[in-house]
Design a protein around this ligand. Structure first.
Ligand code: DX5
Length: 232
């Protein structure tokens, strides 16, 4: 049985001068968790926030925080993000020389471990670490920026990762997350391909009817797509 659909906001589009209020507003809008896009300006051509920024937002919600570590040295930084209040750390296959060891290290810190695949990285790269993770993230854009176009060419890889999770008997414990270009026009096919955790940034904040409407609409479309295979 696939795990339930979850909507996770990327905080990239928020007004950082009002971070606490923005996180509280996302909570009130009904999101299931908060994703922090951590970028070091090396692994990706953008620079975002360190653990102290996340720690400052921690008291504004009880929602789970996950740190998407788009950084070259996740082993060095992992402990700081757990101390800041992140209960899940997502590391990139492409940044880990010893991915199995890195995921084990994250678990020793008391967080759950997750692994992300850039668009060009094959699903097979996670075949031997599914037992160490509670989530696999299939990027549907090249990481670094919000507001990019959803890469439909990633859907066969989403389906492949879904098949790997199911074949390993892990569909009840491992989530499949997608991130990048997720909105009302793309979420159905991403969910139908196999995703159950859907990260959205710009789609949430550009909805003229507000955050709650955006979250409710995305969750309804994704849930229907999973249940009835509605066209994407
Ligand atoms: C890319 C970022 C974005 C962000 C979502 O590195 O991870 O994918 O979370 O941005 P939107 O939803 O605007 O594509």
């Amino acid at each position: 049985m696939r795990r339930p659909v979850q909507i996770a906001p990327s905080v990239l589009p928020v007004d950082f001068s009002r971070l606490g209020d923005e996180i509280a507003a996302l909570d009130a809008a009904g999101v299931d968790l908060v994703q922090w896009d951590v970028m070091d300006g090396q692994f990706v051509p953008n620079l975002t926030f360190g653990p102290d920024v996340i720690a400052s937002a921690r008291r504004h919600t009880d929602l789970p925080f996950e740190a998407h570590l788009m950084v070259l040295t996740p082993d060095v930084m992992a402990a700081r993000y757990v101390e800041a209040g992140c209960s899940r750390l997502i590391v990139h296959v492409e940044a880990c020389t010893h991915l199995h060891r890195t995921l084990e290290h994250i678990r020793t810190l008391g967080a759950t471990a997750a692994v992300a695949l850039n668009p060009a990285t094959p699903a097979s790269a996670v075949a031997h670490v599914l037992d160490l993770v509670d989530l696999v993230l299939v990027m549907t854009v090249n990481p670094g920026f919000g507001g990019q176009r959803y890469l439909r060419t990633m859907e066969p890889k989403i389906a492949e990762v879904r098949a790997m999770i199911d074949a390993a008997g892990l569909s009840g414990t491992v989530d499949l997350e997608v991130d990048g270009g997720i909105g009302p026009d793309t979420i159905a096919s991403a969910a139908r391909a196999g995703a159950n955790v859907l990260v959205a940034g710009s789609a949430l904040f550009r909805d003229p009817e507000g955050l709650e409407h955006a979250v409710t609409e995305l969750r309804a479309i994704a849930t229907d797509a999973v249940a009835h295979g509605s066209p994407g």
